[in-house]
Design a protein around this ligand. Structure first.
Ligand SMILES: C[S@@+](CC[C@H](N)C(=O)[O-])C[C@H]1O[C@@H](n2cnc3c(N)ncnc32)[C@H](O)[C@@H]1O
Length: 254
């Protein structure tokens, strides 16, 4: 598939900022659903002021960090466990944002940052790996300034966690799918801590459809992930999608 056809396949009117990036670069560095679409969808309901400090938590190959720095003019700490920070640094320099993005290797459970350092935390396709316990939110809130904001996009299943999965989900069921949770689950889990006010907890419009388009297109250039593609195809948007969350640190917390 030529770069032109790849661009055509991955151009969506609802993501004008993502459309300006080289699709081959995005495909070559993929780790999950299209990372720029997820980030742009998050930013449609979340505001980052220029010049503020952002923690990109579980940034993977740092595409989301580069996108945040270039599009929203923020300083980003690109933090990830599995991906070599030197590889991320090369990508960051090549993207021309070395003055705004810092690559850090760290475990989300042992983050090397100061209390109250960040204006915002963004986490795309990663928070479900480490953030489903009720007390994890406290770690994030601790790193935020007063009134700081946390924005998350994660794979989600729209039904309550105790639903009976249809056959195509049951076949692939395991602990990872248990962390694909609906917006209301996250809202309740976060609000009952008393640490944040949840502004948004929804499924990204067209999330299922766009995720499937992404996987099908990646498959055409031998980069897809067939089990997820088959599962999304069978689902037709009845259960699966991308959960989107935005929460503000309670104003009385320092
Ligand atoms: C599916 S990838 C998504 C990466 C990227 N945000 C994206 O959208 O392409 C999940 C990421 O979560 C990170 N991750 C998982 N557990 C982590 C932990 N305990 N601390 C920090 N990062 C973690 C992994 O290193 C991985 O890069």
């Amino acid at each position: 598939m030529t770069n032109e056809l790849l661009r055509e396949a991955l151009t969506l009117d609802r993501y004008p900022r993502s459309n300006t990036y080289d699709p081959q670069w995005i495909v070559d560095n993929l780790m999950g659903p299209h990372p720029l679409w997820s980030t742009e969808a998050l930013m449609q309901v979340m505001t980052l002021e220029p010049g503020t400090r952002v923690l990109d938590l579980g940034c993977g190959t740092a595409l989301t960090s580069i996108f945040l720095a270039r599009e929203y003019d923020v300083d980003v700490w690109a933090t990830d466990l599995w991906v070599d920070p030197t590889e991320n640094w090369e990508r960051i320099k090549e993207a021309g944002v070395a003055d705004r993005v810092s690559p850090i290797q760290a475990d989300a459970h042992k983050l090397p940052y100061s209390h109250g350092f960040f204006d915002a935390i963004v986490s795309i396709g990663a928070y479900n790996y480490f953030g489903t316990s009720a007390d994890y939110l406290a770690r994030c809130v601790d790193l935020l300034k007063p009134s700081g904001v946390l924005g998350v996009v994660v794979p989600g299943i729209q039904q309550a966690p105790n639903f009976t999965p249809p056959a195509y989900l049951a076949e692939r069921w395991g602990p990872d799918l248990c962390t694909w949770l609906p917006p209301d689950w996250w809202r309740n889990n976060w609000e009952r801590t008393g640490l944040v006010t949840v502004q948004t907890a929804d499924m990204i419009p067209n999330g299922w459809q766009d995720w499937l388009l992404w996987l099908k297109t990646c498959a055409k250039v031998d980069r897809g992930y067939t089990p997820d593609e088959q599962m999304l195809e069978a689902d037709q948007g009845n259960h699966l999608g991308l959960t989107r969350l935005v929460a503000h640190k309670q104003t009385h917390l320092l």
